[in-house]
Design a protein around this ligand. Structure first.
Ligand SMILES: Cc1cc2nc3c(=O)[nH]c(=O)nc-3n(C[C@H](O)[C@H](O)[C@H](O)COP(=O)(O)OP(=O)(O)OC[C@H]3O[C@@H](n4cnc5c(N)ncnc54)[C@H](O)[C@@H]3O)c2cc1C
Length: 395
């Protein structure tokens, strides 16, 4: 038996971008359903470090770049949501740290010194003296400078859950590869074995890396996607400090970016990204772990690594294609007839990406479908967190 469902908007992909869009479209009164082929957050979102960038790290050249402008308002917007005053209610999300920090070692390059002294930095950051530094940087062997950035850090999956829970009846768990588009109708198989046929006024693709296949199923060749691979590193054992900090090297990219989480046993796990993860894609797992040990030994020489256990994690960022290997400055949204394709580029930019999708749909002045109730169907579970997956821990 096939169940026919009419909606105003169908969304495909239940990461942060799709869920934020679903919640905002429902607030605006659209009958909206989101389809997820695995589990909520299963793509990039569960791997995100959760930093709500305000653009400071992109301003390393000493002047504001397009990337730093695009994200400048995001910390305030996310804090409003967390305090119950924003477009979505994130009061149930977990704020891991109210600030992200930026530190330099004593061997600063002149470029980095210029950056710290620049007007942009002075306006957005404050240098911390010892009494207010995070505890890791109170150590006598710390010789560099440390700044607090106005950039909150959220547990990305807790944000996802805070958004999804109130709207979960509108989310259908489908079988991967079951989606077919024919004669303006989208057919899928639910994970419960049921078949569904959706007709819709608009379809929004927020499937991250999955957007490419979806576009092709819908008969479209554009927009083109690019993948930026990363090899992240995790570290646990003997850690007491929750650390949220970039270490600046000599380039625009932080040499290393550390965020922290607690695993199911309550132990602190450090999650390492930045240049280490970008360069690491050409290394084997063992080589990447070796490199991470060397980096930490050089940047935090007082850290005792004797009890450390290590894991690596390969993951692609999916975003709009830019010429060469350039990164997009901001989120991407494009409409072609009934199809809207979107990539937030950063979790931090999902709210403004979703606002643009809602605006495009509002501008169409759609005649709304009737508000008949949705069938009760299988709702996807939440994706697991990488630091809780024992099989990843190598050595
Ligand atoms: C290691 C790493 C660290 C990051 N750190 C940060 C950070 O600190 N701050 C920040 O702002 N951003 C960060 N980002 C970027 C951020 O994670 C992404 O921009 C964001 O999560 C993308 O969300 P999304 O919803 O577009 O895609 P995804 O999270 O990838 O979600 C796509 C969803 O679509 C589903 N899907 C795919 N194909 C189909 C299909 N055919 N049918 C149905 N469903 C489908 C997938 O299962 C998945 O659930 C980081 C990214 C990575 C990889």
């Amino acid at each position: 038996m096939v169940t026919a469902v009419s909606v105003d908007v169908l969304i495909v992909g239940g990461g942060i971008a799709g869920l934020w869009t679903l919640a905002r479209l429902k607030q605006a009164g659209y009958k909206t359903v989101l389809l997820e082929a695995e589990s909520l957050g299963a793509g990039q979102t569960r791997f995100a470090q959760g930093i709500i960038h305000g653009g400071t790290k992109y301003a390393l050249t000493g002047k504001l770049t397009a990337s730093s402008e695009a994200v400048a308002d995001m910390p305030a917007l996310w804090r409003d949501c967390y305090n119950g005053r924003g477009p979505l209610d994130l009061t149930k999300a977990t704020l891991l740290s109210n600030a992200h920090y930026l530190w330099s070692t004593s061997s600063l390059t002149s470029r980095v010194s210029g950056f710290f002294a620049s007007k942009v930095m002075r306006a957005r950051t404050s240098e911390l003296d010892e009494s207010v530094r995070p505890s890791l940087f109170k150590h006598a062997d710390f010789k560099g400078q440390i700044y607090a950035l106005d950039e909150p850090v959220f547990d990305a999956m807790s944000v996802l859950k805070a958004i999804a829970e109130p709207v979960k009846e509108s989310i259908l768990a489908i079988k991967g590869g079951s989606l077919k588009y024919d004669n303006d109708v989208l057919s899928v198989q639910g994970q419960d074995g049921q078949s569904y046929e959706f007709d819709f006024k608009k379809i929004v693709l927020t499937a991250g890396q999955g957007n490419e296949n979806l576009l092709s199923e819908l008969g479209l060749k554009q927009p083109e996607m690019q993948l930026r691979p990363l090899k992240m590193v995790m570290l646990r054992g003997g850690l007491s400090d929750m650390v949220f900090a970039h270490c600046m090297g000599g380039s625009v990219n932080p040499r290393i970016t550390i965020t922290s989480n607690r695993n199911e046993q309550g132990d602190v796990v450090w999650y390492l990204g930045g240049q280490l993860a970008e360069d690491g894609v050409d290394r084997s797992d063992a080589e990447q772990i070796e490199q991470a040990k060397l980096e930490l030994a050089e940047l935090i020489p007082w850290l005792d690594q004797s009890k450390s256990q290590w894991a690596t994690l390969d993951i692609n960022r999916a975003e709009i294609k830019k010429a060469g290997t350039k990164r997009p400055d901001t989120f991407f949204v494009e409409q072609q007839d009934k199809v809207i394709t979107a990539w937030p580029t950063k979790m931090a930019l999902s709210p403004v990406m979703a606002e643009q999708v809602v605006e495009l749909i509002n501008n169409e002045k759609l005649s709304r479908v009737d508000a008949a109730e949705l069938p009760s169907w299988s709702i996807p579970s939440y994706a697991s967190l990488p630091w809780n997956e024992e099989q990843r821990w190598l050595m």
